[in-house]
Ligand binder design. Structure first.
Ligand SMILES: [Zn+2]
Length: 268
């Protein structure tokens, strides 16, 4: 499943093809993904110039000079293909540029989405209205203030999009490990010092993954190249039963229906 670093790398890769370019044509090859595509997508995007690309949580945003922003979510399996030689079975949405480049949103499981939102109304768009701050530049005091009195465990709290937007299960596990915080600890009992470590750890694990993905952008122009997926190594995620550097053993528990991986010896 694409996490924030994959979305960030996807946005950077798409920017190389789209930024400053005019959209020559778009083609919706089916009427829906997770939800129906906007019916006026072709009318609103054909002929526009792309003014910029950016990311919000796990959404990619393509801003245009007509005041509309194309917002995409990759769902479980979505990815953009760049200049593929053939149109694939799961290439559901195509964009061609004035330079003759073509990108295709491929999504076999169709949990992704495409929406067109007025750029100046993005803040009120229902999916964005509920989102908390990005996981970069978090204020540890604000995090601490919001957890005061909370008995819920810190790990599921980190997955609450209203508290931190776009962090995701893998990086919540990795950041708690790096900050040496027990994922079962009540949010309200985490000290300010621990929140400071956590904020640094969140940025570090995401930055490292984005750097790892950045190296894959070299190949993004290759035919049928899939943008945004890359291999990463994790300290605890998906490593149940494996040794931790401290000599302990990585354990898996389920919290809020999601697997948590942690080291009971060095996370307190
Ligand atoms: Zn350990």
């Amino acid at each position: 499943m694409p996490e924030l670093p994959e979305v960030e790398i996807t946005v950077r890769g798409l920017a190389r093809v789209l930024e400053g370019r005019r959209i020559a044509s778009v083609e919706a090859r089916r009427p829906d993904l997770r939800r129906p595509l906007p019916p006026n997508l072709g009318q609103c995007l054909t002929g526009v110039r792309v003014t910029g690309l950016r990311r919000r949580a796990k959404y990619g945003l393509v801003d245009t000079d007509r005041g509309d922003t194309l917002v995409f979510h990759l769902g479980m399996s979505g990815h953009w293909r760049i200049d593929s030689t053939e149109i694939g079975k799961h290439d559901h949405f195509l964009i061609s540029t004035d330079e003759g480049r073509r990108i295709a949103l491929n999504d076999a499981r169709r949990f992704g989405s495409l929406d067109l939102v007025r750029t100046d109304q993005l803040g009120e768009w229902p999916q964005f209205g509920v989102l908390g701050p990005e996981p970069f530049g978090l204020d540890p005091r604000e995090l601490k203030r919001r957890q005061v009195g909370r008995s819920a465990a810190i790990k599921p709290l980190l997955l609450d999009q209203r508290i931190v937007a776009g962090l995701g299960n893998i990086y919540a596990c990795e950041a708690l490990y790096r900050a040496r915080i027990d994922p079962r600890r009540a949010g309200g009992s985490v000290s300010l010092e621990a929140f400071k470590r956590l904020v640094q750890a969140i940025e570090a694990v995401l930055d490292e993954a984005i750097s790892a993905g950045g190296s894959t952008l070299r190949d993004f122009a290759s035919p049928d190249g899939e943008l945004g997926y890359f291999t990463k190594t994790f300290a605890v995620y998906d490593r149940e039963g494996e040794p931790c550097a401290c000599g302990g053993t990585v354990k898996r528990i389920v919290q809020g229906g999601r697997s948590t991986f942690y080291c009971p010896r060095c996370q307190r």
